[in-house]
Design a protein around this ligand. Sequence first.
Ligand SMILES: Nc1nc2c(c(=O)[nH]1)N[C@H]1C(S)=C(S)[C@@H](COP(=O)(O)OP(=O)(O)OC[C@H]3O[C@@H](n4cnc5c(N)ncnc54)[C@H](O)[C@@H]3O)O[C@H]1N2
Ligand code: MOO
Length: 637
Amino acid sequence: MQKVYLSNYELDEAKKIYFDKLKLRLQTEIVNTWDALGRVTTKPVFAHLSSPHYNSSAMDGIAVKSEKTFGASDRNHITLTEGEDYVVVDTGDPIPREFDCVIMVEDLIKVDDRHIKIYQSSVPWQNIRPLGEDIVENQLIVPSRHKIRPVDIGALIAGGINTVEVFKRPAVGIIPTGTELVEPGSELRVGDIIDFNSRTFTAQVTEWGGIPNRYSIIKDNYKLIKDTVLKANEENDVVLINAGSSAGREDFTSSVISEVGELIVHGVAIKPGKPVMLGIINDKPIIGIPGFPVSAYFVMEEIVKELIYSYQCLETEERKIVNASLTKRCMSSLKYHEFVRVRLGFIGGKYVATPLTRGAGATMSLVNADGVLEINQHTEGIESGTEVKIKLLSAEDKIKNTLVCIGSHDPIIDIAADIMHNRNKKYFLSSSNVGSTGGLMALKTSETHMAPTHLLDMETGEYNVSYLKKYVPGKKICLVKCVNRIQGFIVEKGNPKNITKFEDLLRDDVKFVNRQRGSGTRLLLDYNLNKLNIDPQKIKGYFREEFTHLAVAAAVEAGDADAGLGVYSAASLMGLDFIPVCNEEYDLAIPEEYMDSEIVKEFLETIKSEEFKDKLDELGGYDYSNTGTIIKLQELM
Ligand SMILES: Nc1nc2c(c(=O)[nH]1)N[C@H]1C(S)=C(S)[C@@H](COP(=O)(O)OP(=O)(O)OC[C@H]3O[C@@H](n4cnc5c(N)ncnc54)[C@H](O)[C@@H]3O)O[C@H]1N2
Ligand code: MOO
């Protein structure tokens, strides 16, 4: 096994060492002005032409000699003759030399085809755009190091500039490596990984103004990697090589860079992203990007973006920062500066930030992130409730128009979210699945607008009410009835193990997959096991916990479990069979203070809509006869 000793430079230090060593030489090129959007000028650009380049009429009307109009008034109309005293002009027409002003058509009284009367006198240059009124020949249009905007393109062309000299966009070679990688759309075998990183890089490079050049997947073979690196180095300004950055048996990237060039840095104190490699081959940069997609994202954002911008003489824009209250404690290593993806909600007039999954492989944590919390290298962690600074990834407007929904999961919440957004494009919904009890806790600490819940009171057989009284005391809560849904066993197609009742879970040949503690479905299971005097410990798989109905169904589909308890829709979406066990009430708990907000009203309209009900029918297993009924909880207490 090879040994790799990584350095642990702070990010800024690593970048300084690397950029100093790189000494980028910027290249320039000449492009058509109309193709220059977003490009940066190398020098100031001066007009070749004046605009307008002749004296032109600013109005539709007639060009006249102003002296011929002197003395005209309401009581003293002056008659003018075409050809002698005036010519007809339209806006933009040149003004013949002998005339010096324009009278608008609406100020003329027609006498006959060749004569008009006027009742106002005019002054010289009235309604005339003199030559150079907008741009004068040799005037500066844009300075050097200026990023060209659409309005600049117009002004440059108007000023006679048809080409501009700009900094070259760097060509960026992207090499995905790994024997286990396959192209999207391939038939997947266990161990295969679809190469998607190289496609994300391609899109990022494009977004940042570079010219991406993706190479096909290279297997973990030293010679192949070396040959491709050399080829890419020759054909591009920058090379990005993905994966093979750590200490695995087939992690060759660092040795290849060291052999054909110089490896300046291997290892930066950031997490994720620590095994990044910064190298130089033939005076051109090569960056080794860790394989895990989230690690790769931060290396791209924090290092590669700046590099690609530097070639174009662009400054990276700072992301906006907002203050938010952290909803969960976040521990961090003293060894690394950590990037934590967070979801933001705007609740009761302030931001709340909920950390998302920390794993470096969790691509969805990037998809769902509204911002990034950076935890300093020398900080051990941040307590829940602390006010933190969040770098925004989403627009503030979007966050402020997002209904936050934390609690128990059902696929119908995502469906309602989609319908609501289509009904009113302004509104979004973000849902986090933490189980029913987790949702009530979030209500208590004002982290959510709404908590879907289905908690069965084992003593009374009633749903939700007693739990709300217990977990959210003192808060005025409305319970909005959502659906009555069927819970049952999600089993393989055809139910090969013939699982029909709770007792079957005790069988030796049956492997179960459970939901997490605190979820309503878990309570429902425990309630039934208790009623039947079944010892949960005797159920194989009782301790394997998944967080959503779909995750339970996925475990059954993959053959990792024979049964799980969940909703019908999850089974049918995965093409599995479903054995009904009981009905339950899935409700939405919403603090009374949010009930009158536009977004909550829109959501409640959505769940009462025919479109939503049609979707429920399509999924099956839902009864919506009570949907939208509001129960003010105080009245129940
Ligand atoms: N013994 C050690 N193991 C690991 C260490 C370590 O220090 N010691 N570091 C870990 C860290 S941190 C990271 S980050 C990763 C870096 O991995 P590599 O750059 O060597 O990449 P691979 O091992 O080849 O792949 C890891 C993982 O990344 C995903 N991947 C890779 N390529 C692609 C692609 N083109 N598209 C999508 N996904 C890709 C895939 O899930 C791989 O399993 O190493 C840890 N290990
Ligand atoms: O650096 Mo790795 O990127 O921590 O996961």
